[in-house]
Design a protein around this ligand. Structure first.
Ligand SMILES: NC(=O)c1ccc[n+]([C@@H]2O[C@H](COP(=O)([O-])OP(=O)(O)OC[C@H]3O[C@@H](n4cnc5c(N)ncnc54)[C@H](OP(=O)(O)O)[C@@H]3O)[C@@H](O)[C@H]2O)c1
Length: 344
């Protein structure tokens, strides 16, 4: 029987992607949709300005959107996918967990908390058992699991693939799509014919989340990886797909061929939404490109290319679909991991 799920922040950019991925999902059944007070009480079709590239599923269009509070969500819903602004997530996610709901969240609040697993299933699925610590400490029947920031998800899998060579320093510069800012995030007058070399708090997220993701969980606590990461983030006028330029210095010698092999052979994980080939490495130096390559592996794969030796170690470019692999698909994958590990 399918697990009954809800979407918190269902009308936004990530919420719409969540509906697109969850509606046909055989393990999950959408049973609740929430948003702000201004959407509550409306049908989903009335509340959401639908912008993804497939029609609103008929049964979803007719559902009533509720306020984002535990009393408004049926008790038989077990799993909530959260795509709320982080200030709202910080306020409402803990009461949902206290009430027994398991929350798989995109929002940045609590990502770096010691007892909150921050997960990319192909990279650190073992960190999920931090939930035992979380439940002990917080006394929750429910649980809170986070996926990382969309630009963190784009480059950390490539670092995980290279970790065997001993990661020392990483520099990363991002070229991020406008959908990453949400539907009301960047106006056309700001971004057309332009690039914005500032995304609030984004550099810090790449620098800190990457160390947590690559860290080790010993069954009681999590220690962060010692790699030094420096990031610079830019918004550019693409719709979807974050492209990133990465420089990696390692303790052991790392040739371009070694790196290609390590990335290509880095394993996927047998969850329903994980791609067969997790990291797709291009030989063509001008790939990956957002418009051409963001849907590889149904938007769930990481693309890499342009590998070469540089003054600062190995240099390459990588790309991921920010609202699928970087957000909605990441939460759904974490939901599948929770289900596989008996947390639902
Ligand atoms: N876009 C991405 O690529 C991406 C990637 C990774 C993580 N994220 C994170 O995911 C979250 C959602 O991002 P988004 O791009 O989908 O944002 P968005 O398009 O602005 O959508 C925000 C959603 O939250 C709801 N909401 C706003 N204020 C609320 C309140 N006070 N109470 C309850 N619901 C409220 C909105 O409902 P109304 O329609 O009723 O206002 C809408 O459903 C953010 O934390 C973002 O940082 C986004």
């Amino acid at each position: 029987m399918a697990v009954r799920v809800g979407v918190l922040g269902a009308t936004g950019a990530v919420g719409q992607r969540l509906i697109q991925l969850l509606e046909p999902h055989p393990e999950f059944e959408i049973a609740a949709l929430t948003a702000s007070e201004s959407s509550a009480g409306k049908t989903y079709e009335q509340a959401a300005k639908w912008r993804v590239n497939s029609p609103i599923p008929d049964d979803i269009a007719e559902m009533t959107v509720t306020a984002t509070e535990p009393d408004a969500v049926p008790d038989d819903v077990d799993l909530l996918f959260s795509s709320l602004p982080s200030s709202v997530g910080a306020e409402v996610e803990p009461p949902f967990c206290e009430d027994g709901y398991v929350v798989s969240s995109n929002s940045s609040n609590s990502r770096m908390a010691d007892d909150v697993p921050l997960i990319i299933p192909e990279v650190n699925a073992d960190h999920l058992d931090l939930l035992e610590v979380q439940r002990d400490e917080r006394g929750w029947d429910g649980a809170l699991v986070k996926n990382p920031n969309c630009s963190t998800i784009t480059f950390v899998p490539t670092l995980a693939a290279l970790a065997e060579f001993g990661l020392e320093t990483v520099h990363v510069a991002t070229l991020q799509a406008v959908s990453g800012a949400g539907y009301d995030g960047v106006t056309s007058m700001e971004i057309i014919d332009n690039a914005i070399p500032y995304i609030g708090s984004e550099e810090d997220k790449l620098e800190t989340e990457s160390r947590k993701l690559l860290g080790e969980f010993d069954g009681a606590s999590l220690s962060q990886d010692g790699v030094e990461v420096a990031a610079s983030c830019n918004r550019i006028p693409t719709i979807d797909g974050h492209l990133e330029n990465v420089w990696v210095e390692t303790e052991e010698e790392l040739t371009v061929e070694d790196a290609k092999t390590a990335m290509t052979e880095y394993p996927s994980i047998g969850l329903r939404s994980s791609p067969d080939q997790f990291i797709h490495v291009f030989d063509d130096p001008d790939r990956p490109q957002p418009r051409m390559d963001r849907t590889i592996g149904d938007g769930m794969a990481i693309a890499a290319g342009g590998l070469r030796d540089s003054t600062f170690g190995l240099q390459y470019n990588c790309l991921a679909h920010n609202t699928i692999r970087g957000a909605a698909g990441a939460s759904v994958l974490n939901g599948e991991l929770l289900l596989e590990n008996g947390y639902l």
